[in-house]
Design a protein around this ligand. Sequence first.
Ligand code: MHF
Ligand SMILES: O=c1ccn([C@H]2C[C@H](O)[C@@H](COP(=O)(O)O)O2)c(=O)[nH]1
Length: 282
Amino acid sequence: MNQYLELCKKIINDGQWVENKRTNKKCLTLINADLQYDVENNVFPIITTRKSFWKSAIAELLGYIRGYDNAADFRKLGTKSWDANANDNSVWLSNPNRKGLDDMGRVYGVQGRSWVNSDGCVIDQLKKIINNLNSGIDDRGEILTFYNPGEFDKGCLRPCMHTHTFSLINEDLYLTSYQRSCDVPLGLNFNQIQVFTLLKLVAQITRKKPKTAYHKIVNAHIYEDQIDLMKVQIERKPFQSPSLNINPDIKSLEDLESWVTLDDFEVIGYEHHDAIKYPFSV
Ligand SMILES: Nc1nc(=O)c2c([nH]1)NC[C@@H]1CN(c3ccc(C(=O)N[C@@H](CCC(=O)O)C(=O)O)cc3)CN21
Ligand SMILES: O=c1ccn([C@H]2C[C@H](O)[C@@H](COP(=O)(O)O)O2)c(=O)[nH]1
């Protein structure tokens, strides 16, 4: 929690104003942030200086794992977080590749589970990683990437947290996640949870020991209409981090694809300050 607050304070104190054309807003911006999470000791990196809707964050992650391309499917899992990007952005609404209401296009998990190569073959990056880890293999390319420049025009948004690299040393599993663009008040609140949960889940289904998750962010920003609320949030004293329990019956990628719901996740001992409703930029 402290590393999150330190980052927020650094942006407020040292950030530079950058005009963003896509949203037509100014962002206070800092380049480069390195965060890390102690998955081994189950120190769940949830924000405590405001109420965090952690179930939405895990629902998003589950949708990416399943390769969903539709905001309605994300809603069924328990999050409305893709509604605006799928349905309220004028550039995407006028894109001929958009297939109708709630379509997100070929973003995130679509690329992760069904990347189409130049021969038209479909590549399931996540399945390859799970198969290798199950066999004790780390080929130094256990990479799940959602970043496909050839298909940016087929999706509503370029992926922000775009690449996850798994590393196995004996029985110890690590994760390094890369993020090109980070809405620190809203997005990072979700992304910290997702990086942590992804390592814990993959370790569980491949029967490995989760160690540390490393989270590398390039452009970390706070939108102009979020600044005053963030100044309130950084004055609050954080509580101790809670822990995350995952149903031990989840044993495979197929389990994650089929029956798992948010009821299979439980946060133990979450103390937090009051909710803060930050504005969202589409
Ligand atoms: N500007 C922007 N910031 C983001 O963080 C973001 C995007 N766009 N577009 C794609 C996804 C969608 N994400 C979202 C979308 C909405 C919330 C949000 O409204 N969060 C509220 C309420 C959550 C709830 O009630 O479930 C929050 O207080 O955290 C968070 C992340 C993260 N991503
Ligand atoms: O997981 C996510 C997804 C999105 N974001 C934020 C980062 C930016 O504020 C916007 C995306 O805008 P771009 O113009 O495509 O950079 O969404 C996030 O923080 N985390």
